[in-house]
Design a protein around this ligand. Structure first.
Ligand code: ADP
Ligand code: MG
Ligand code: ZN
Length: 199
């Protein structure tokens, strides 16, 4: 069998997991050996299931971010491998997944293209370069209803990865993201001023 790599990417709520589950179901119907994988850090809805924001779910193998995927028996036995939240894996996983594709596996991945600051996740950028097909999805901007470009964090934060969904993140278009950054700066200034008054 000739391998294939398909990348589903875009902001949070853009439909990446829904699409991954749909893609996997088609291969189950085709009676191929399907293996779903997710990173162990993604514990939001379930530890050992991939769950979409619409409530669809499927069982998945949990791997740590630096796992040597090519050494895993279930991976070698599978015809089709589907990985959700792929941005949480180390960059080397992109090279390993591409090797599996070169060995004839069909691989689907879903993951964020950009972090909440607008910086690309390198692993997803690499996978997009290796891919046969890239599906770039758009959520609906939380503030104006246009196509969303980025998942903005609702709170002041410096960590690159903060687990959460609608409670923490909101999809925004480029214009509303600009306004959001402006509001964050105002909040920071207000906090500085208040801080000076209190102390
Ligand atoms: P992703 O994996 O990209 O975060 P999911 O496939 O889990 O997305 O969920 C997509 C679903 O999220 C949509 O079908 C819709 O029902 C829901 N949703 C909630 N908020 C939004 C939004 N702002 N834009 C688009 N879809 C949204
Ligand atoms: Mg998802
Ligand atoms: Zn907007």
């Amino acid at each position: 069998m000739c391998g294939k790599l398909v990348v589903n990417t875009g902001s949070m709520f853009s439909g990446k997991t829904t699409e991954l589950l749909r893609q996997g179901k088609r291969h189950v119907l085709a009676k191929q050996k399907v293996l779903y994988i997710k990173p162990d850090v993604d514990t939001r809805y379930s530890r050992n299931e991939i769950v979409s924001h619409t409530g669809d779910y499927t069982k998945a193998m949990i791997l740590s971010s630096d796992e040597m995927i090519c050494d895993i028996q279930e991976v070698n036995n599978a015809d089709v491998i589907l990985v959700d939240e792929v941005q949480f894996f180390e960059t080397g996983m992109a090279i390993q997944l591409n090797e599996l594709v070169n060995d004839g596996k069909i691989v689907y991945v879903s993951g964020l293209d950009l972090d909440f600051k607008g910086k690309p996740f390198l692993i997803v950028a690499l996978l997009m370069a290796y891919a046969d097909v890239v599906n770039k999805f758009k959520a609906v901007c939380n503030d104006c209803g246009s196509d969303a470009h980025i998942s903005a964090l609702n709170e002041l934060q410096n960590e690159r990865v903060t687990l959460g969904a609608g409670d923490k993140y909101k999809p925004l278009c480029r214009c509303c993201y600009d306004n959001h950054l402006f509001n964050i700066e105002i909040q920071k200034l207000k906090m500085e001023v208040l801080g000076n008054e209190i102390y």
